[in-house]
Design a protein around this ligand. Structure first.
Ligand code: SOE
Length: 391
């Protein structure tokens, strides 16, 4: 393969694997890239299912052991889309083997794993090997625009951050005990899966870090059917039941280094809310609000306008001057969830090709992990204030 090709080896092929496949296929078709991603190998333990997924998602070959990716010289980047308990081993080994790494969020299941991953990423970066953690919502054009407005000072000093991430896919007590509901696979429940996104988004948008939290968590359904063997993506359960050892919901208050106060709610029990990530920032000069279920829009309030006509305005973030939007359709022709993964792939490939360290880095992933850990410590102590270590 020529120098301009970046061979991808992707581990995992479920929901995130499908989203990443779509991104790798599309990135070079809409954006100018210094390297062309090639869907070289899909890796999954079950050879039959992996082969079927490779065929469906457009991958040229299949491996059943991720270690095989590390020795293949047609692989330049390992994309980790498998459950959280596999992230550290795969990412650290891949970076050690000189492969760039994209790792799904949350970065790891524990702070210790995340620290080891950051150390591996630092060593690799000294050799020009790059890494990124997949907080894909940073790549919603409206979210990137929000960050730009904050950086330009349009909000002034940030006082409040209000973030919620609400889903409802496990309201049914007979929904099976899939890996996302098992601590040894996922690390935590709604906290790591959804809370990680809003913590990252809050830290990204403010450009600041949380220094302390007070939290409570709840598990409403404590036993669920074990997934039946033949259930594929495991959306149906068998006759036996197992214990749910992660949170169904996590709520917490937080404080940012620069003084802003924050509230967070992450739950999978908000009946009727499907993928409702919402964040609002209030600053001394203005406010911003973003709602993922209306992801092409950003609400902006400019507190310095004439009060007579001031009010929240709805910005349709599809202008060619808006982040990412110019590569797609004419104004008003909307983008969706999958585009965020394409933007993520584009940014990563450009950073690799142009020799920059990508963001969000593994260090950003660790900063989220430290908050999640502080939330769990606080919840275990009836909401007692817990500081978030600086690193
Ligand atoms: C499931 O809750 C999930 O797929 C998360 O794991 C993703 O990170 C989020 O984008 C959508 O919901």
């Amino acid at each position: 393969m020529g120098d301009t090709v970046l061979g991808i080896g992707m581990v995992g092929y479920a929901f995130m694997g499908a989203a990443h496949s779509q991104a790798w296929r599309t990135a070079g078709r809409f954006f100018d890239l210094p390297l062309q991603p090639d869907l070289t190998v899909l890796c999954g333990r079950d050879p039959v299912k992996a082969a079927a997924a490779a065929e469906r998602l457009g991958w040229r070959s299949v491996e059943t052991d991720w270690k095989a990716l590390l020795t293949r010289d047609d692989i330049g980047l390992v994309d980790v889309c498998s459950p959280g308990d596999t992230h550290a081993d795969i990412a650290i080994a891949a970076l050690g083997a000189g492969k760039h790494v994209l790792c799904e969020k949350p970065l790891a299941n524990t702070v210790d794993e995340a620290r080891a991953m950051v150390a591996a990423a630092d060593r690799a970066a000294r050799r020009g090997v790059r890494s990124m953690v997949g907080f894909s919502y940073r790549r919603v054009p409206a979210v990137a625009l929000a960050r730009r407005l904050v950086e330009e000072g349009r909000l002034g000093e940030i006082r409040h951050v209000r973030a919620t991430y609400l889903q409802d896919w496990i309201v049914d007590p007979d929904f099976p005990l899939v890996w996302r509901l098992r601590r040894n696979a996922a690390g935590s429940g709604a906290l790591g899966d959804l809370g990680a996104h809003i913590v990252d988004m809050a830290q990204f948008l403010t450009g600041d870090v949380l220094t302390g939290v007070s939290a409570l968590t709840e598990t409403f359904v404590r036993e669920r059917p074990l997934p039946s063997a033949s259930s594929g993506l495991a959306a149906s359960g068998g006759p036996e039941r197992g214990t749910v050892d992660v949170d169904d919901a996590a709520l917490f208050l937080g404080r940012f280094a620069a003084g802003a106060v924050a509230s967070f709610e992450a739950t999978r029990f908000a009946n009727g809310r499907k993928n409702a990530l919402r964040i609002e920032l209030n600053g001394s000069r203005g406010s911003l609000a973003f709602d993922q279920e209306r992801m092409n829009e950003l609400e902006f309030y400019d507190g310095e306008e004439d009060p007579e006509t001031a009010g929240f305005r709805r910005i349709l973030v599809t202008e060619p001057t808006h982040p990412y939007a110019g590569a797609w359709w004419p104004p008003g022709h909307l983008l969706g969830y999958e585009h965020t993964f394409t933007h993520q792939a584009v940014d990563l490939v450009c950073d690799i090709g142009e020799g920059r360290d990508p963001a969000p880095s593994f260090a950003d992933g660790l900063r989220v992990q430290l908050v999640l850990d502080a939330v769990e410590r606080s919840a275990a102590e009836a909401g007692g204030w817990q500081t978030v270590p600086t690193e």
